[in-house]
Design a protein around this ligand. Structure first.
Ligand code: E4P
Length: 215
């Protein structure tokens, strides 16, 4: 499973990249706003750090505006930039236009397997079901991932499933068990993944035994 980092904070991206854990990056308008930086400038810097797909989201609500914005963003780095498009009728129209122009898309704000199916049919390169936000309203977000995996496998859709809105290591574990292609993970969760109390206890014990043996 590929790991994307879900942030527009370049310090976090560099830190996760140093761990060898960044196959790509997803951003969204809230994350860009949180970074306090100019949109294109941050995206450009991210492309200089990460050798992989980098999602940049459009803010227009009509297909024409989405396509205009997306074409501009794609120019930053045609190989790496993926245009993030919302899962709406207009978003689907824009997705099929981008597909015909060879521009990669990530259909975002997906909350049901049927929405994922529509995105794949429209030619999306990636679909992003938001599991954490579904959990927040009492649904099991990961159940939807399982169904999307089955649907895509049934029909051989090439769109890659990005498990998004990840809140805990358990989301990552379940994504890997289901066979999701990608998990886009906040930095705080990436750091949790490596930790285990028994690892720390084990290191302490090895070091203590080592010191005893040196006397
Ligand atoms: C996905 O690409 C989104 O950026 C993200 O995962 C949204 O997550 P949130 O629900 O934590 O805002």
């Amino acid at each position: 499973m590929k790991f994307f980092i879900d942030t527009a904070d370049v310090a976090e991206i560099r830190a996760a990249h140093d761990l060898g854990l960044v196959d790509g990056v997803t951003t969204n308008p809230s994350l860009i706003a949180k970074s306090g930086r100019e949109f294109k400038e941050v995206i450009e810097e991210i492309t200089s750090i990460v050798d992989g797909p980098i999602s940049a989201e459009v803010i227009s609500l009509d297909a024409e505006g989405m396509v205009r914005e997306g074409q501009e963003l794609a120019k930053i780095n045609p190989k790496k930039i993926v245009i993030k498009v919302p899962m709406t009728g207009e978003g689907l129209k824009a997705t099929s236009i981008f597909a015909s122009e060879g521009i990669k898309t990530n259909v975002t704000l997906v909350f049901s397997p049927l929405q994922a199916l529509l995105a794949a049919k429209a030619g999306a390169s990636y679909v992003s079901p938001f599991v954490g936000r579904l959990d927040d309203v009492g649904h099991d977000g990961m159940e939807g991932i399982d169904q999307i995996r089955t649907i895509f496998d049934n029909y051989g859709y090439q769109a890659e499933i990005i498990v998004a809105s990840v809140r805990s290591p358990l989301h990552v574990l379940r994504a890997a068990l289901i066979g999701a292609d990608i998990c886009t993970i906040p930095f705080s969760v990436i750091t949790q993944l490596a930790k285990h109390p028994l690892t720390d206890v084990g290191i302490e014990k090895f070091l203590a035994d080592w010191k005893k043996g040196q006397k």
